[in-house]
Design a protein around this ligand. Structure first.
Ligand SMILES: [Ca+2]
Ligand SMILES: [Ca+2]
Ligand SMILES: [Ca+2]
Length: 133
């Protein structure tokens, strides 16, 4: 579980719950970068990211890493992810991360960051979550 969180916070697929742009740089995102990612995910601009927006954002992100467009992420497409971390997300062990496997691992982050359990993520919750990693 710890490794899964690290994968989705500090390495590829997403540096954080939402952040994606400089994933391959493996640097922690700045607050401004997180803000930009949050605003992008908040499609209806109500100041919250709900679970649909979160999944939608992830689907888009998944597509940007799936460079050969086969619907799966391979270790070659995620060069900064360790084998151990990759295997953690690759639940069925076929050597590829499907969209479902990716969402399955990421959705945990959404609910972890939603500390008041109201079903939506605020920017403050995202920041608090990032700072706790
Ligand atoms: Ca929203
Ligand atoms: Ca692929
Ligand atoms: Ca798999």
């Amino acid at each position: 579980m710890k490794a899964t969180k690290r994968l989705f916070c500090a390495a590829a697929l997403a540096l954080s719950a939402l952040y994606g742009a400089s994933v391959l740089a493996a640097d922690p995102p700045t607050e401004a970068e997180l803000r930009a990612a949050f605003d992008k995910a908040d499609v209806n601009s109500d100041g919250h990211v709900d679970v649909d927006e979160f999944v939608g954002y992830f689907v888009t992100l998944f597509g940007t890493y799936d460079t050969n467009n086969d619907g799966f992420l391979t270790p070659e497409e995620l060069p900064d992810v360790s084998q151990e971390e990759f295997n953690d997300v690759d639940r069925n062990g076929d050597g590829k991360i499907s969209l479902g496997e990716g969402i399955g691992a990421r959705i945990v982050i959404f609910f972890d960051s939603d500390t008041d359990r109201n079903g939506v993520m605020t920017f403050e919750e995202l920041l608090a979550y990032e700072n706790s990693q």
